[in-house]
Design a protein around this ligand. Structure first.
Ligand code: NIG
Ligand code: FE
Length: 423
């Protein structure tokens, strides 16, 4: 019976079927099966179809059976951009923003990312583990079954490595799968003030080799932004990381239109993220190069900025993913319901596009579309069961969690209706 499961009679199985990123119009087709069933064996999806076809001649006694009458089944959500391992909070900065200071003004006065490096430096590995586990639990309850997590609150060798090691340890004790990203180039530390280029050299020579040798991260990311790291510095780091076998991501064109989207296409990044200021040309190049455009509307909301041009990107054939950007500064929320509300009500994305963006395209944004992000034979048995009969309830029940149960690798790990966490 271990990790063998049948889910039957679901009013909808929203398969999001596919094994790679969906571009433009493809994002609208969710491949829904009415009155559907799914069979999971040893944690892997064995079959999906109508309940009648799938269960014909099946001996159900060897499976844990869930009757999903009146409910909707979807692939587990993939939150492909977060910074969930950090020490200390920045509630005072949030309060300053409410009083009219901008994110960059706060950063220039020594707040922002530098503030979180102090908290993360002080926190022991055990403390970071406790905090990290709590945050993963919260995400799991929202239906997230795979998360991407970044370092970047160290900016020195030891603390960057500590953050990555914490994520590696968390994976061992938590059902969540974690895609780990090295974001050593998240800010220029005080001791390198005005010498960002030298800090990039330090990362390339001293930190990156250790990360690669010890298999601590799959992706290398950089905050490519005015007054942080330039296009040239970003290009240098990313090309070096690629040479060393890492996959690439960028925080691109968030505050200023610097050309990060174009750079993402040039270096063959898996994703470019934020993109509030991405140019028409940058959008065109991302679509052509197959760079997933990851949009983070909770951050724009939290910073009171204009949203990224999601509608325009989809209309121009981009593969758009949505993620929370959960972090202690610009966006202190892991709320998937809020993310859906903002994407649909404020960014002109349809419900179907938003679901694609958080499932198969989220998976593509961490290069895992071959193994998660849809309900297809051979993929991991990572599923979400909504308490309602249609996926349309997700944005309709505004900013409220509609997830009732979460299944991870064929095992029930959350039942929000009863006791919550079960793993
Ligand atoms: O994705 N833009 C840069 N990095 C983070 C912010 C992190 C922070 O404020 O601590 C982001 O929004
Ligand atoms: Fe970020």
């Amino acid at each position: 019976m271990k990790n063998n499961m049948i889910i039957k009679n679901a009013s909808q199985v929203v398969t999001c079927s596919g094994f790679k990123a969906k571009h433009g119009k493809e994002m609208s087709d969710l491949h829904v099966i009415e009155n559907g069933a799914i069979i999971i064996e040893d944690g892997i999806i064995k079959a999906v179809g109508s309940t009648e076809d799938i269960l014909k001649g099946m001996d159900e006694s060897k499976y844990n059976v869930i009757d999903a009458t009146g409910k909707t089944v979807l692939p587990g959500f993939v939150d492909s951009h977060t910074h969930f391992v950090f020490g200390g909070y920045r509630e005072e900065e949030f309060d300053m923003r409410l009083k009219g200071y901008s994110y960059m003004e706060i950063m220039k006065c020594g707040g922002g990312i530098a503030n979180s490096t102090t908290g993360t430096l002080k926190a022991s590995k055990e403390e970071l583990m406790t905090l990290g586990k709590k945050r993963l639990d919260s995400m799991l309850k929202f239906g997230v079954t795979t998360v991407e997590g970044k370092s970047g609150y160290g900016l020195d060798f030891d603390t960057e490595i500590k953050q990555l090691e914490v994520m590696k340890e968390l994976e061992k004790i938590h059902p969540m799968d974690i895609a780990k990203t090295f974001l050593g180039a998240h800010a220029v530390p005080t001791e390198y003030k005005g010498r960002g280029g030298e800090f990039i050299d330090f990362i390339i020579e001293k930190v990156l080799p250790y990360v690669v040798e010890n298999d601590l991260a799959e992706f290398c990311d950089i905050f490519c932004e005015e007054n942080v790291f330039s296009i040239e510095e970003s290009r240098k780091l990313l090309n070096k990381a690629k040479e060393m076998g890492m996959k690439l991501k960028l925080h691109a064109d968030e505050i200023v239109q610097l050309g990060g989207s174009e750079l993402a296409a040039e270096v063959g990044a898996v994703s470019a993220d934020h993109l509030l200021q991405a140019s028409d040309e940058g959008i065109k190049r991302m679509a052509e190069a197959g760079v997933v455009s990851t949009l983070l509307p909770c951050t724009a909301f939290s910073l009171k900025e204009e949203y990224a041009r999601g509608r325009f990107m989809i209309d121009n054939n981009c593969a758009v993913a949505l993620a929370t950007d959960f972090n202690p500064g610009s966006c202190h929320t892991e709320s998937i319901p809020l993310l859906f509300a903002l994407a649909t009500l404020n960014m002109k994305m349809t419900t179907e596009e938003a679901i694609t963006a958080l499932t198969i395209n989220g998976a593509a944004a961490i290069d895992r579309a071959h193994e998660i992000g849809s309900i297809d034979e051979g993929k991991k048995g990572d599923l979400v069961i909504l308490e309602f009969p249609s996926y349309k309830f997700i944005p309709y029940h505004i900013a409220v969690n509609t997830v009732e149960r979460v299944i991870k690798g064929g095992k029930l790990v959350v039942n929000n209706e009863n006791s919550g966490l079960l793993y």
